[in-house]
Write a protein that binds this ligand. Structure first.
Ligand code: HEM
Length: 450
């Protein structure tokens, strides 16, 4: 969506920009901030991540791609107090015990690193996801979803699908990944929710999660499990010989060390939780609230995998990617970004905007020949070196969860107008905070779709 003449000076310093939109407030009140931001700023706007902590917000597909694919210029690594990549993080502007501080604090995993560190830590993650038995995963999640739905239908013909169903879906994935029992998996759900809550609960939740992971890692040392990812991470060996700074003679960089192991296990858990809840909830919400989509699903014109693609394009469960920090002055989207600035990419908006802008919905003719009416291109799983390593894994989990709910709860309908659904607290994931539904008397597992 080109914007002709933005009002704000393209050379303004981020720290000097005043009167900024506060992202959290805007999201909570479900404001459509983009037309105003674009009119005022062009494709890259200054916003407040929290009051007094500004960041750039990139809204165009091509700029987002440039940012996500250029880790040398836009790094995920916040730096150190001596050499900060994001000075605001160290000079007191980001309150030390805030949710933002907990979320951005550097850890020894792929999420917070770039360059060779990232390549090495990410290789371990890619390795364990490549080992997943996808058929067994799908079978397991379907069975567990049926067990949850058995409990729901026994209680009557109304339920809140978020509180009683979608919030537990990632716990199933975790139980499968790390071979945790149900109790630990559910506890993890609570902790991950706190970690992404953007509140002061995030710091203590990280600590509790760490204790839990240490306990399980130690247990695996004594008794390795067959297939689980923790055991996989513990035994992973870097296939690239000699990678590492070579300055720590006692450190064997072929394996993950204790901190890397703990932080990588933590990252896989917490990165997955929030997004998998959002993806499942949003897909069900759209099936329930978008009349056209619901009809297509009911009449079999759109199956569940296609519906999942539709959601990634039309209503991405990921709003923004986590901040990057500018390592050298650079011009992007006609705006001068300076070393030390934070920048966030609006992946949901950029995806929808690109599809709307390049495809004429009435003639089904692509305005840009690369983009067709059937394009499923989406930034929901990110792009570049930090692209979600679990896109296949999470699709299997979410598809199973949506499929079972649609099949087991016939005639499912929202009991409140879709506009009355609130939104979760997260800045990064986007989903309704509740899905109160009514359905007909339940039918058994072999039933047909709504
Ligand atoms: C069980 C489910 C999931 C797991 C275990 C998982 C795990 C991860 C991990 C470990 C990363 C960090 C990769 C890196 O920094 O190199 C990541 C990144 C990401 N994930 Fe996932 N994820 C899951 C589900 C999802 C879903 C459902 C979505 C969205 C539809 C999603 C979107 C993203 C995005 C956008 C990033 C990139 C963040 C960035 O660019 O900084 N993830 N995920």
């Amino acid at each position: 969506m080109p914007t002709e003449s933005p009002v704000r000076d393209p050379h303004v310093r981020l720290d000097d920009a005043a009167g900024l939109t506060d992202l959290v407030t805007a999201i909570m009140s479900k404001q459509d901030i983009y037309p105003q931001l674009r009119a005022e700023w062009g494709p890259i706007a200054a916003v407040d991540l929290i009051p007094g902590v500004p960041a750039w917000l990139a809204m165009d597909w091509d700029d987002v791609m440039d940012i996500l694919r250029s880790p040398a210029t836009f790094t995920r690594d916040v730096g150190t107090p001596e050499e900060p990549n994001w000075p605001a993080f160290f000079d007191g502007r980001v309150p030390p015990y805030s949710g933002l501080a907990a979320f951005c604090s550097p850890r020894a995993n792929a999420y917070y690193t770039d360059g060779w560190h990232h390549e090495r830590l990410r290789a371990a993650v890619d390795h364990v996801f490549a080992e997943v038995d996808e058929k067994a995963l799908g079978r397991y999640v379907r069975q567990m979803c049926d067990r949850m739905l058995d409990r729901i239908v026994k209680r009557g013909t109304e339920t809140d699908l978020v509180a009683n169903y979608t919030a537990f879906v990632p716990a199933l994935a975790v139980a499968y990944m790390y071979e945790f029992d149900d109790e630990d998996a559910l506890k993890l759900g609570d902790l991950a929710k706190a970690i992404f809550s953007y509140t002061e609960a995030a710091g203590p939740a990280f600590d509790e999660l760490y204790d839990m992971l240490y306990f399980h890692i130690e247990a695996r040392r004594d008794a390795p499990a067959d297939q689980d990812m923790l055991t996989g991470l513990m035994h992973w060996q870097d296939p690239v010989p000699g990678r590492g700074p070579g300055t720590y003679p006692d450190h064997d960089y072929r394996y993950l060390d204790r901190d890397e192991l703990r932080d990588t296990a933590q990252m896989i858990l917490s990165a997955g939780f929030e997004m998998a809840v959002a993806y499942t909830t949003t897909t069900l919400e759209k099936i329930l609230s978008d009349r056209g989509l619901a009809t297509w699903v009911r009449r079999g014109r759109l199956d569940i995998p296609e519906t999942l693609d539709w959601v990634l394009v039309r209503k991405s469960p990921v709003r923004f990617t986590p901040p990057r920090y500018v390592t050298a002055d650079v011009v992007l989207g006609g705006r001068l970004l300076r070393k030390g600035d934070a920048i966030v990419t609006a992946v949901a908006h950029a995806t929808l905007d690109k599809h709307t802008d390049t495809f004429d919905p009435y003639t089904s003719v692509g305005i840009d020949p690369i983009w067709s009416s059937t394009s499923r291109a989406s930034l929901a799983f990110g792009a570049g070196p930090h692209r979600c390593p679990a896109h296949r894994f999470s699709r299997i989990v979410v598809e199973a969860a949506v499929d079972r709910a649609v099949n087991r709860l016939p005639g499912m309908q929202l009991t409140v107008p879709a506009d009355d659904l609130g939104t979760g607290l997260s800045l990064w994931a986007s989903n309704a905070d509740r899905l109160p539904v009514r359905y007909q008397h339940a039918i058994d597992h072999a039933s047909s779709p709504v």
